[in-house]
Design a binder for this molecule. Structure first.
Ligand code: SF4
Ligand code: SF4
Length: 114
């Protein structure tokens, strides 16, 4: 006990000024709509019903509902959905991101904010 206390007293803190981000962190979900075939597997597998599909057009994700479980990215057969590998602040407002086929992609920073 005393040895352990002394060792802890002399060792560096485990915390990091930037915050600890585990390697397996899943970040937020992001769509690359050029790959989407509108099979709706992601929508059906989402446990919080955060995804809405308009067939042939778009997919939307309600950031406030998304629990960042990664199931949609895991099940997508065309790898349309990916997840950021760094920490993003959880959504505090009901923001919906709509990803449309053939239109400009959301920038990383835009999605990261919410
Ligand atoms: S699972 Fe993938 S390909 Fe299918 S609708 Fe969702 S994003 Fe598109
Ligand atoms: S990460 Fe999970 S909760 Fe979020 S949209 Fe995908 S399946 Fe739904």
């Amino acid at each position: 006990m005393i040895i352990k206390s002394l060792r802890n007293l002399l060792s560096l803190p485990l915390t990091d000024k930037k915050g600890y981000v585990p390697k397996e962190n899943r970040g937020k979900v992001m769509w690359d709509m050029e790959k989407c075939i509108f099979c709706r597997l992601c929508e059906r597998s989402c446990p919080t019903s955060a995804i809405t599909t308009v067939k042939g057009e778009s997919q939307s994700v309600e950031r406030f509902k998304c629990i960042v479980c990664g199931e949609c990215a895991r099940i997508c057969p065309t790898h349309t959905i990916s997840m950021f590998s760094d920490y993003t602040v959880p959504s505090r407002v009901p923001v919906t991101h709509t990803f449309r086929k053939g239109s400009e992609k959301f920038s990383y920073d835009e999605v990261r904010k919410y």
